[in-house]
Write a new protein. Structure first.
Ligand code: FES
Length: 167
């Protein structure tokens, strides 16, 4: 079994996340301006929880952990962590909507051009014929108190920088 380093997600707990299993919370659509293929992300990319229950809107949450931009989605008491950049052209996946393909096989729909990505293994499930493409999904652990940790194969190099020492 692979050895992973789990780092806690700062400032966001399980109960802060929008729960996509509750139908009443769902919005009809998340309107995000389309961005041409190849253009840099121009949509809002704020970190933190993106929930607006008053207006019936909810999305994922964008976090930065171990220098990785990661979209978090909650479904019941499970949290899915997927690389923020869409494998098609870099769209902001945390602004996507979750689709349940049945038996809780969950995917995120990219808000830019509608590619659908499995939250379980990162494979592209739509458009058809693109399932050879995939993105990174990260293992997640949640404590009883709702603290979320994300697993990585290693730590970013920033953790190993030492100040210059003069002799
Ligand atoms: S950037 Fe095109 S579908 Fe995500």
């Amino acid at each position: 079994m692979e050895n992973l380093v789990y780092l806690p997600v700062e400032k966001i707990h399980l109960n802060d996340l929008y729960d996509w299993s509750i139908p009443v919370q769902r919005c009809k659509s998340t309107k995000v301006a389309l961005s041409p293929v190849g253009s840099p992300a121009s949509s809002p990319r704020k970190s933190g929880v993106k929930v607006d229950l008053e207006n019936g809107k909810g999305t994922g949450s964008l976090v930065k952990t171990n220098e990785h931009d990661i979209a978090l989605f909650r479904y019941k008491t499970t949290v899915f962590a997927v690389k923020e950049e869409c494998p098609h052209a870099g769209g902001p996946l945390h602004l996507g909507e979750i689709e349940d393909l049945g038996d809780e096989l969950l995917c995120v729909r990219c808000p830019w051009h509608g590619w659908r990505i499995s939250l379980h293994d990162g494979h592209v499930t739509l458009p058809k014929g693109h399932n050879f493409q995939s993105t990174v999904v990260y293992p997640v652990k949640i404590t009883q108190e709702g603290q979320i940790s994300i697993g990585f194969r290693g730590l970013d190099s920033k953790y190993f920088k030492v100040d210059e020492v003069e002799f």
